[in-house]
Design a protein around this ligand. Structure first.
Ligand code: BGC
Length: 497
């Protein structure tokens, strides 16, 4: 194999020897996926309005869920807490020990695979599996110890309505989950029952969204952190509001100055299709998903969908009559829904070679398709367009929270596979923020911008543990709003190290 030269930073001009049919397809794709500054601003404006509607008494499309996480950590929280994170691929159990030194902690953890069939199984199977993993963790790390009342922060990253921090009614599954018997139910008693059946000495203290965990974990070490975001399989954000600015909580007569973390669930933004520039491919993704009509924004930006959008476009080009994409090739493997993930797109964008050798190999090895050079150029451009659109759209959400709060200078903690692994995501997002917020050019790209999106601390481990610690502390101080099982928490004296 002859390797091409190292790729130049700009690929302009690569389309010079492109057949006109493919070139005109690229033009059409650019038309569909490029989002100019004016449109970004329009989306951001609508986003601000939607966030505010979500907080109002009437409510709106974006759920804007008060989470009853009502404080930032001061860095001096102590004690040992369990943290459980039920993600799409893995289930992680941690024991986090918050130590005496400011902002310091120790962590031990085990990962378990989430079997694919669980995602479409029954509630009993799900909770049974989760409890079995917790049991294994405890037996392994605390063999022969007499334990009682271990406080647990459970990161459950789906939209749940929370009347209290130890309560959460699942509004709907997202991220392709479709488990019977959980939607419309409080997940806490279902989970706690599975623990009791196994005599596990664990008490759920806080049900936590991954975005809230991310915000709190980051704020533990950086007091400028006011927002937590996940750009991963799903996409969402949380931020700290004041109770007095949440009209839908007015009836509770909470101290208006008290902070309240809001889990935005912004994946639901524009479910009414007022402003997002949806393509025919976004429409298909939605229609074929287990919950059509839901999570419109998420379906355009989250890792679960990026590979699928890409696959649908390529298949459409192959099947259409307007161009000769993959002519005469067997596209059987490409025909399988969700066969390409965001990692596949990332690998294309990371191709080291000007002549896209890595991409060619990838198509041949994974899909059995041999690509011609102009096809590789189209593939590369398509990956860039989908990845860039996602990054730019997420900036609309980040800017909207900051504009709603009138924060001109703030840190945003972010986590998730797209944020940490997808090439150029951060820089594209920072560029879009700059365009939306009209920052003068002196701020430059990325670091040093007034609003910086920075890699976060481990939200589903440290964040969940901290939120559990803050909840136990709150009960002990007699602040009982938004905590159901105060008696159990009062008895809880987390083990000090
Ligand atoms: C869920 C959110 C979660 C996000 C990121 C979305 O699908 O609805 O609760 O924060 O994914 O994991």
């Amino acid at each position: 194999m002859v390797l091409g030269a190292r790729k130049a930073p700009s690929r302009k001009g690569s389309f010079a020897d492109m057949p006109t049919d493919l070139k005109s397809q690229i033009d059409k794709l650019e038309e569909m996926f490029l989002i100019p500054t004016t449109k970004l601003k329009e989306i951001s404006d609508q986003f601000v309005a939607e966030l505010e509607r979500g907080l109002s008494q009437e409510g709106g499309t974006i759920p804007m869920i008060p989470t009853w996480c009502m404080a930032f950590p001061d860095g001096y929280e102590t004690g040992a807490y369990l943290a459980l994170d039920m993600g799409g691929t893995n289930l992680r159990v941690c024991e986090v020990t918050l130590t005496e030194e400011k902002g310091e902690f120790e962590i031990i953890q085990s990962k378990y695979r989430m079997p694919e069939e669980l995602k479409t199984g029954t509630a009993e199977e799900l909770w049974g599996y989760v409890a079995d993993c917790l049991q294994q963790f405890i037996e392994y790390h605390h063999e022969n110890e007499k334990l009682e009342n271990l406080p647990l922060g459970f990161t459950f990253s789906y939209p749940v309505t929370q009347d209290a921090i130890d309560h959460g009614v699942l509004q709907r599954w997202t991220k392709g989950f479709d488990i019977q018997g959980v939607e419309g139910e409080d997940v806490v008693p279902q989970f706690q029952k599975a623990l009791e059946e196994r005599n596990l000495p664990i008490k759920l203290v806080a049900l936590v969204n991954d975005t809230t965990g991310t915000m709190i974990a980051s704020a533990y070490t950086d007091t400028d952190m006011k927002v937590g975001c996940i750009f991963g399989t799903g996409c969402n954000a949380a931020y700290m509001e004041e109770c007095g600015s949440i009209p839908k909580l007015e009836h509770l007569k909470l101290d208006p100055k008290l902070p309240m973390a809001i889990n935005c669930e912004w994946g639901a933004f524009d479910n009414e299709h007022k402003v997002l520039p949806r393509t025919t491919y976004d429409v298909i993704i939605d229609k074929e998903s287990p919950r059509p009509g839901q999570q419109s924004f998420e379906k355009m930006v989250a890792g679960l969908y990026l590979g699928e959008i890409f696959r649908l476009v390529l298949l459409d080009l192959h099947k259409g009559h307007e161009c000769t994409m993959f002519e005469g090739q067997d596209v059987n493997k490409l025909d399988k829904p969700y066969s390409l993930d965001a990692g596949f797109l990332a690998a294309i964008e990371e191709d080291r070679f000007e002549n896209l050798t890595d991409t060619g190999d990838l198509f041949q090895n994974k899909l059995g398709i041999v690509c011609k050079k102009p096809e590789l150029e189209l593939i590369r451009r398509l990956a860039e367009l989908i990845g860039t659109r996602a990054a730019r759209l997420t900036a609309c959400g980040v800017s909207a929270i900051c504009r709603h709060k009138k924060w001109e200078k703030v840190h945003v903690g972010a986590d998730g596979s797209v944020f940490t692994k997808y090439p150029h995501f951060k820089i594209r997002q920072a560029q879009a923020l700059k365009e939306i917020l009209d920052w003068p050019s002196k701020y430059g790209k990325g670091r040093g911008d007034p609003i910086e999106v920075l890699p976060a601390e481990d939200g589903s481990g440290v964040g969940a543990a901290l939120i559990a610690a803050l909840t136990v502390k709150r009960v002990k101080q007699g602040q009982l709003a938004g905590i159901r099982d105060c008696d159990a928490l009062l008895k809880m004296v987390p083990k000090e190290k």
